[in-house]
Design a protein around this ligand. Structure first.
Ligand SMILES: [Zn+2]
Length: 246
């Protein structure tokens, strides 16, 4: 069946001969793969339209039950120019793509929310929003969607409502006593508030959250660490990102 899909291209890898394999996040089918035959040949008409970190319209034959398809033609719909012209932004966008690939790889068909969150994150980066904030909000939204959000309502150990520390390992806030007994360093009030805003607010409230701080690196570190400890996801792109952006 002839089908058209609009998707966010997350990665491109060399495949047999002159072919490349793409991993693409789509609203309709979730995370799927495409083989673009001959895309590494100079004469390829598709080569310029299948760049990672762009949005493309792809024509292909859909077969039910498959997750890898043969790409017929592709056309760029959104290039995210600023991301491609700025090393920091492209490193940040790669982290978002990496998160999506890890978290959506076992998804059944259909992933509207996951798709839209990634598109919002890439647009935010392209608009030059603070990249650590965009990534923090994207991560916290994805973690919420997958049921592993940080608990920022009370101490995760004892339920006390007066909190004074953040622990990635424990999965959220700790009260003073629990923090002391676990040897976790206490955080300032503004840091606790900022982290709570990020977890509660998400990408939808970026305008408001952007105003509360000039730096969101620590929040991002905490969320990446939570993803590693609680979902077993190791983001290799994050080490690369940190070398440029911290
Ligand atoms: Zn406690």
């Amino acid at each position: 069946m002839n089908d058209t899909v609009t998707g966010l291209i997350l990665s491109q890898a060399d495949y047999r001969d002159h072919d490349v394999m793409l991993r693409v996040m789509t609203k309709e089918y979730g995370l799927i793969g495409f083989i673009a035959a001959g895309a590494r040949k100079m004469t390829s008409k598709n080569a310029g339209s299948i760049l990672p970190l762009t949005k493309a319209e792809i024509h292909f034959d859909y077969k039910e039950g498959k997750t890898l398809f043969r790409l017929k033609t592709a056309r760029t719909r959104e290039f995210f120019r600023n991301i491609h012209e700025n090393l920091e932004l492209s490193a940040a966008a790669s982290v978002a793509a990496d998160v999506c690939m890890h978290m959506c790889q076992d998804n059944p068909a259909g992933a509207t929310e996951e798709y839209e969150l990634l598109e919002t994150a890439l647009s935010g980066l392209n608009e030059n929003r603070p990249h650590a904030l965009v990534l923090s909000l994207y991560l916290s939204d994805m973690m919420k969607l997958f049921g592993i959000a940080a608990d920022v309502d009370e101490c995760v150990r004892c339920g006390a409502t007066t909190v004074s520390a953040i622990s990635a390992k424990e999965g959220g806030f700790l009260c003073g006593e629990c923090a002391a007994s676990l040897g976790v360093t206490q955080s300032g009030v503004s840091e606790l508030k900022r982290f709570r805003l990020i977890v509660k607010g998400g990408l939808r409230h970026i305008d408001m959250i952007e105003k509360v701080s000039a730096s969101f690196e620590r929040d991002l570190e905490t969320l990446v660490e939570m993803l590693r400890l609680h979902a077993g996801i190791e983001l290799r792109s994050f080490a690369f990102y940190k070398r440029f952006c911290h």
